[in-house]
Design a protein. Structure first.
Length: 307
């Protein structure tokens, strides 16, 4: 058995780690907790796999999206026998938002002993003969190219289309991807696209709602593809996002699926919860009820359903 039932992986380089030293000290003082401060994502993944195989009841990822992703990989390698907890020390913390884990680290720490848990879906990505899992969202295309040029108000108004706001007048700088997309066992579709979201959770990019109806327990991914379109049409997309459901816009392809295969010319790079996938063909597949996680008091299985 593991030496203690709870293992905490603390990323000392995460955005708010320094400001939450009191939370770290609190866990270090508990006899039922072993605190680790791994030096890399690879080290974190291996450590989690080891303590989980040795009987850890709960493994807490204290950090940002990359830390959570490393812990998820380790737990899956070990057979997903341990429960995942999260302390949101990063800047995005989007998976926490869907789990209703408080973004206040002290409040999130209090959930460890309350231990309300759910079995949630993960997504498996197979790319260049390599397999990995992610909990929240994979994004591909032009995402993030111009984020540093944008204000908070712009991000709030444009939502998941925010990366387009800085380039409406210089649209030629965007890359258009010729995609071949196959959902489940349906015939492949040819799509000219600017961006792709493969969503398990609801938000990306620090709380921007991408898939408002996504559920962590429905056995499906929500796939959102932004088609290539003219600047005036992009403006219409943003208005639809601000006023209602942008997925109904003609320049959005929205599909709920259990599997999706995406080929791209030029090759599209995807980032899955901070993990950069190799450019090339990628297959995503839902893994229902793959992992037990600690959730917050306001967690809902979907926006319209109670816990």
């Amino acid at each position: 058995m593991s030496e203690t039932p709870i293992h905490l992986l603390w990323n000392s380089h995460a955005g708010s780690a320094e400001a939450n030293q009191d939370v770290l000290a609190m866990f270090q003082s508990r006899p039922d907790v072993t605190v680790h401060q791994p030096g890399s994502d690879v080290e974190a993944c291996k450590l989690v796999e080891q303590v989980s195989r040795n009987g850890a009841q709960t493994v807490i990822a204290a950090g940002g999206d990359g830390t959570v992703n490393s812990v998820v990989q380790g737990l899956m390698h070990a057979g997903a026998t341990s429960t995942l907890g999260i302390l949101p020390l990063g800047t995005g913390n989007d998976f926490c938002r869907t789990l209703a884990i408080p973004l206040d680290v002290q409040q999130a720490a209090e959930l460890v002993d309350v231990a309300e848990t759910r079995q949630v879906d993960l997504v498996r990505a197979v790319n260049d003969s390599k397999s990995s899992h992610f909990s929240n969202m994979a994004t591909g295309g032009n995402t993030g190219q111009f984020m540093d040029q944008l204000t908070a108000d712009m991000k709030q108004f444009w939502g998941p289309l925010v990366y387009l706001r800085g380039v409406v007048d210089v649209l030629s700088e965007l890359i258009c991807y010729d995609l071949t997309v196959q959902f489940d066992d349906h015939p492949p579709q040819q799509i000219e696209a600017l961006n792709v979201f493969v969503a398990n959770g609801r938000t990306s990019g620090t709380g921007l709602t991408v898939a408002p109806d996504a559920s962590l327990e429905d056995g499906f991914m929500d796939v959102v593809i932004v088609r290539d379109c003219e600047p005036i049409q992009i403006a219409g997309l943003a208005t639809d996002y601000a006023l209602g459901d942008y997925r109904e816009n003609e320049n959005i392809l929205y599909q709920r699926a259990k599997k999706v295969r995406i080929e791209s010319d030029p090759p599209m790079a995807f980032t899955a919860d901070g993990n950069l996938l190799t450019k090339g063909t990628v297959e995503f597949e839902i893994c229902p009820s793959a992992l037990k996680v600690i959730v917050g008091a306001d967690y809902v299985t979907s926006p319209d359903l109670p816990i």
